[in-house]
Write a protein that binds this ligand. Sequence first.
Ligand code: GYE
Length: 333
Amino acid sequence: MRQVLGWLALAGLVVGLASAGCGKGDSGGEASSTGSSAQGGTDKKLVVGFSQIGAESAWRTANTESIKSEAEKRGIELKFADAQQKQENQIKAIRSFIAQKVDVIAFAPVVEEGWEPVLKEAKEAGIPVFVSDRRPAVPEDLYVTFIGSDFVKEGQMAAEWLAKKMDGKAVIAELTGTPGSAPANDRKKGFEEVLANHPDMKVVFSQTGNFTRAEGKQVMEALLKSDVGKTINALYAHNDDMALGAIQAIEEAGKKPGVDIIIVSIDGVKGAFDAMIAGTLNCTVECNPLLGPYLFDAIEKFKKGETLPKRIVIEDKFFDQTMAAQELPNRKY
Ligand code: GYE
């Protein structure tokens, strides 16, 4: 019996070392194996700590669900922390993952700045970091890869669609995302780049709605009561949730969203498709939140010793009212 156990332990150690791959500083061979298979093997389960931003939007809910379900499908142990929009909570979560000696840390940075110290701590502990969804402003050697959409391109696509729809003439209100976040910065930038070629398209109002439906509604309500608000004929919202909130406010103010005010937003969630079919939203630029498969593919490849590109871009396209009904059955989020 003793000998059998000995052989099993040795087999487990070999598997453990093989799956530890590069980048892990601590010694293998510890007895903290979390998963032993039903067949009696001692495969060490990969432990991934994921720091999520919060639950501000339908996009985020779909993103969380994708990460959780994909980890489960692959038999990966996921330690999931919801930061409720606070960077300090994310930093705490990352520090706690380091203390727990997880195999991999993944996170979606709520804002761009302020990550360098904690990512250096992870690096010193020998724990590889994977960036999901939003880009942090840190040197590239502090993470393995960044997986997510090109937000500048999304902003450009929104502006190009609007320019075409409105023949290059529009008085635009902009609802921006979380201040300091990569998608808010980049979606604004991409939109403005295209507007620079259209002198008769002007953003006359820009305010944050923090990517939430409730704030999108509030900001639009206040805007419609103001003098500037009475002049707008287009709305650019950095996500669908804010657009959907704004649509409610526009209706309550006695105007026709999608007609009196042409609306383009970003994400491509189901609610946006419903609104396009109802005629209240005009266009949505897709931003794929189903990052779970991409993230865990990258982590598993890295663990096998493969070199990954620093940037893995998810391709997005846009959908407008003419495409909405046909596309709705294909939507997964
Ligand atoms: O567009 C928005 C969410 O970071 C791409 O965050 C993500 C954005 C998404 O709250 O709905």
